[in-house]
Design a binder for this molecule. Structure first.
Ligand SMILES: Nc1nc2c(ncn2[C@@H]2O[C@H](COP(=O)(O)OP(=O)(O)OP(=O)(O)O)[C@@H](O)[C@H]2O)c(=O)[nH]1
Ligand SMILES: [Mg+2]
Length: 251
């Protein structure tokens, strides 16, 4: 399966960080974990340091200020690529992405460059989301897919596996989005690099502890960027897009 780095960005995830790291390492014991904390005022960074001190395969990147999910991931990808990891995983700290589904996502990366955990393919599921949150996510995905001509169903999801080769071909220096638009930006770069992208159904579970960092500003950033990309031709020409395999069931 190669060596895997599971990247977990955190901002105020005190109650979530230890359980999620424990679950990740129970599901994929050979993986390394990198927590990327943006100086959380609630002490998440200190808890992460304690986890790293107790377990040799847990590492922590401390960033000075909260600069957004995208910036945290880009620094983590650089960290992981420079250390020779073959597979780099994106996973939220809040328990929305089930680590128990990670072995299947990693196995799928044997035959793909990018694996998207997808809520909106058959077999995918969202638990405990209020109606307005469902509408926002489905609407955002639908708007982006239509404007950018992306064939994938879940273009805003944040549970993904990238091979190192994929990240190296994706021109990460041109990825500039900060909020959840980062996920769309990364997918656009993957498709434009003609990488093989597949979607696997996942079960997404609303967080139980802590607060979402989703904000009006994050939604606004995504709306503006996606609209500009659509209007200025950053959209995908279907003839140039590589085949994306049909989704298959997990487990
Ligand atoms: N390092 C870092 N992590 C962040 C930042 N913003 C969010 N995160 C983390 O990114 C993950 C996703 O953030 P959430 O607040 O759950 O946002 P979301 O999943 O898009 O929205 P919800 O579905 O409403 O929870 C969590 O692990 C957060 O702690 C940030 O600016 N810096
Ligand atoms: Mg969340």
């Amino acid at each position: 399966m190669g060596n895997t780095l599971v990247i977990i960005p955190t901002y105020n995830e005190r109650e979530n960080i230890e359980p999620i790291v424990t679950r990740v390492l129970a599901s994929v014991p050979a993986a390394d974990v990198l927590i990327v904390d943006d100086s959380s005022p609630d002490g998440t960074g200190e808890l992460a340091d304690a986890l790293a001190a107790a377990r040799p395969n847990v590492h922590v990147l401390h960033r000075r200020t909260k600069a957004g999910l995208g910036a945290a991931y880009l620094e983590a990808f650089t960290w992981g690529l420079s250390r020779g990891y073959d597979r780099l995983v994106q996973l939220d700290a809040d328990g929305s992405h089930l680590p128990e589904q990670l072995p299947d996502l990693l196995a799928a990366a044997d035959t793909a460059d990018v694996v998207l955990g997808s809520r909106w393919v058959p077999g995918g599921e969202v638990r405990n989301w209020p109606r307005h949150r469902l509408a926002l996510s489905r609407g955002g995905s639908g708007y982006s897919r239509m404007l950018l001509n992306l064939p994938q169903r879940d273009v805003t999801g944040g549970y993904r596996v990238y091979t190192a080769g994929a990240l190296e071909r994706m021109q990460l220096s041109r990825v500039e989005s900060l909020g959840y638009c980062f996920q769309i930006d990364m997918l656009l770069h993957a498709v434009r690099a003609r990488l093989r992208v597949i979607e696997l159904p996942i079960t997404f579970v609303e967080r139980v502890h802590g607060r979402s960092k989703m904000s009006g500003g994050i939604v606004f950033e995504a709306m503006v960027r996606v609209t500009l990309w659509g209007l200025t031709g950053k959209r995908i020409r279907r003839s140039a897009a590589p085949a994306s395999t049909a989704p298959s069931r997990l487990g």
